[in-house]
Ligand binder design. Structure first.
Ligand code: ADP
Ligand code: MG
Length: 265
């Protein structure tokens, strides 16, 4: 049964989409069957997967609002070797339309039900707010992966997010867990980043991934080539960091002893 992981943080620009695309590609490179669902109307994860958001035949809108089966909406050809449910500005309308539908929080959960067994991992790239799309992601997810930058106010934002996750879990998804907290755009020479990182570990213990994503210009460049970083510059620190993250997630959830996933590039 596939594990559904929502990648969420109500703050924008913390590395959600970068993590969604590169973690999906890294997992797919380990021969896992992976689906990435883009729930952000900006469609950055879609474009970053080499799929033109302006040319989508169907998007998350059709899945959530028209209740089309996932098999009719999924894009099977991406540069990252995973399947994709794309997003574009239509998904803004989905957020509005969701307000008027029955069991509006559970649309994505219902849509995924029959397809969870077809994948090993399903990642959901959430928009930068706690709107109905994000609520749908959290209702459908087994766990939430929180990317964050180690900045001064980051811990406050994180506390707010954890509160929300706990409240949602109480109402719509009792099994929802925090998958892990990922430090992104990390600069080890930055004293504040190190301080915040220490506080994070004190608060959240081993929920904080040992894998750290460094600031790496290749990660920022790759999306403009419609590609995950590992197929743009496989020797970059960004590519290695996301492979290490995939390995850590696999070891945690599959309790395997190997230190890194084997990758065929
Ligand atoms: P979010 O989805 O949370 O809004 P993004 O993943 O889109 O965040 O990242 C915001 C910006 O920062 C993008 O331009 C992205 O290319 C860049 N970026 C993300 N992670 C890194 C990194 N580790 N190093 C350098 N640039 C990064
Ligand atoms: Mg994003």
């Amino acid at each position: 049964m596939g594990k559904v992981i929502a990648i969420a943080n109500q703050k924008g620009g913390v590395g959600k989409t970068t993590t969604a695309v590169n973690l999906a590609a890294s997992m797919a490179a380990t021969k896992r069957k992976v689906l990435l669902i883009d729930l952000d109307p900006q469609g950055n994860a879609t474009m970053g997967s080499g799929v033109d958001k302006y040319e989508l035949a169907a998007s998350a809108y059709e899945l959530l609002i028209d209740e089309k089966p996932l098999s009719d909406v999924v894009v099977k050809e991406t540069t990252g070797g995973y399947h994709l449910i794309g997003a574009n500005s239509d998904v803004t309308a989905a957020e509005v339309r969701l307000m008027d539908v029955f069991a509006r929080e559970l649309r994505l959960r219902t849509a995924l039900k029959a397809y969870k067994s077809s994948y090993d991992y399903i990642f959901i790239d959430c928009p930068p707010s706690l709107n109905m799309l994000t609520v749908n992601a959290m209702a459908a997810a087994d766990s939430v992966l929180v990317p964050m930058q180690c900045e001064y106010f980051a811990l406050e934002g994180l506390t707010a997010l954890v509160d929300t996750i706990n409240k949602l879990a109480a109402v719509i998804n009792a099994d929802l867990k925090i998958e892990g907290i990922l430090r992104t755009m990390y600069d080890p020479r930055n004293r504040l980043a190190n301080d915040v990182s220490e506080q994070l570990k004190q608060h959240f213990g081993d929920k904080v991934y040992r894998a750290v994503i460094p600031r790496n210009v290749r990660l920022a460049e790759a999306p403009s080539f419609g590609s995950p970083v590992m197929y743009y510059d496989k020797s970059s620190t960004g590519a290695k960091a996301y492979l290490a993250l995939a390995g850590e997630i696999l070891r945690r959830s599959e309790k395997k002893a190997s230190s890194a996933p084997s990758v065929a590039l």
